[in-house]
Design a protein around this ligand. Sequence first.
Ligand code: CA
Length: 239
Amino acid sequence: MTWVPKMPENKSLSRAKILVIEDEEAQLELIGYNLEALGFTVEKAQSGEQGLEMAIEILPDLIILDWMLPAISGIEVCRNLKAKKSTKKIPLIMLTARGEEADRIRGLETGADDYVVKPYSINELMARVRAMLRRTSPSRVGEILSHNNLLLNSSEHKVFRNEKPIKLGPVEFRLLAVLMENPKQVFTRSLLLDKVWGINCDYDYRTVDVHIARLRKSLKQKNMPNLIRTVRGTGYSLE
Ligand code: CA
């Protein structure tokens, strides 16, 4: 029988719901895909009118709003949302192609809580979303660790490498989480036994090696380097 360490309690965090208002379909899909990979629930609107209606109806935890929309502009949508009692407190990140100081200030003056200038990096946008949610509703962000092309969501119990889902057993999941909390740190086998299996376990070092080997196998991807380094005579580290 394999002994399985106690997982941290599933905190059953409610997922944050994020409304994305953007008329360019490819952009909308890209943002939606990345938010979902982080465990968020995503609602999409392709026009200002639709976005306004949906915001009032679903009261999302955060709104990502493109400035450049046909008909009603992002600025108008923002002004409307910030004027309504039910929606004015929803944090709003504006996407803007306008990098000029005056335009940024105009966006913030209209009530946007943050803005990201296009063309932006998707990672930067995701970082801003998480930072904003951490400030406004920290219990909804969950525990997300990322390193290199790895992403681990502990509340959802999901791991991705290069956006591809990775299936891990509970021990390997916990092992990876420990390594990802302190990348590059060399963990001795005894420290790993301690952190993953618990302080009073009487397993030997061979157990650690077996699970590290399984973890490596699961993380393996074509043409991608091995992420877990063996430090001879010492232990392991995440590179
Ligand atoms: Ca647009």
